[in-house]
Design a binder for this molecule. Structure first.
Ligand code: SF4
Length: 210
């Protein structure tokens, strides 16, 4: 396929810049401890300074891959598929999730919500970022709000975001990994004083798995 055709396919969401895909244990949030197949899509311009997947940012460095190939592969491993990035909503997620749903797979997304919500999702993890706030619609449909805490000011941001989500949305505070020793005590105290929040840890990193 010539480059122009590939770009058109990516534009429609029929091909996606695939950074990596792997079968592992979901380490974070409500589904932690559950086996799932992860599809990491390249491309993100949110620009979090502490981002631990900066290699994902430049979509051009990840091969445009036909969604049918992605889905065929994913279906061999798990009935729960987590789409992450990068920022997956950079791209039209409708074709990918339709194909996953045809195989009766559970579709989960991890997103900053910075771009319009596309796709059909069984679980939406909204992890908003200060430098590019979520589009309004996603607050109504998010299943969990996961705020990454790098310093104490992030707790103020967390409350601002919690005020916007729907009433069923589960609220998580998660320490940013590189400063975990400093912020875990802060989060523990905060959650005990404000029990509507729960602690989320990146347990996959403690388990030394992807
Ligand atoms: S939104 Fe996610 S992928 Fe994008 S810069 Fe922030 S942490 Fe990294």
């Amino acid at each position: 396929m010539v480059e122009e055709e590939v770009l058109k396919e990516v534009d429609k969401g029929l091909m996606l810049p695939l950074m990596e895909e792997f079968y592992t244990i979901q380490g974070e949030g409500y589904h932690k401890g559950t086996a799932a197949y992860f599809i990491r899509v390249g491309g993100c311009d949110v620009g979090c300074h502490w981002c631990d997947v900066k290699e994902s940012w430049n979509a051009g460095t990840h091969p445009p891959t036909a969604i049918n190939d992605i889905v065929e592969n994913a279906a061999k491993y798990s009935n729960t598929i987590v789409v992450t990035g990068g920022e997956p909503l950079t791209w039209n997620m409708d074709p990918l999730t339709s194909a996953l749903k045809e195989k009766k797979l559970n579709t989960h997304i991890e997103t900053s919500g910075a771009y319009p919500l596309t796709g059909t999702w069984d679980w939406i993890c909204l992890s908003p970022k200060k430098n590019k706030l979520p589009e309004e619609r996603i607050y109504d449909v998010a299943h969990e709000l996961k705020v990454i805490v790098y310093n104490k000011h992030d707790l103020i941001f967390a409350e601002e975001q919690a005020a916007k989500v729907n009433g069923d949305c589960i609220l998580y505070l998660q320490p940013e990994w590189s400063v975990r020793d400093k912020v875990v005590p802060l989060i523990v105290d905060y959650v005990m004083a404000n029990p509507k929040w729960k602690v989320s840890l990146q347990t996959h990193k403690y388990l030394n798995i992807p």
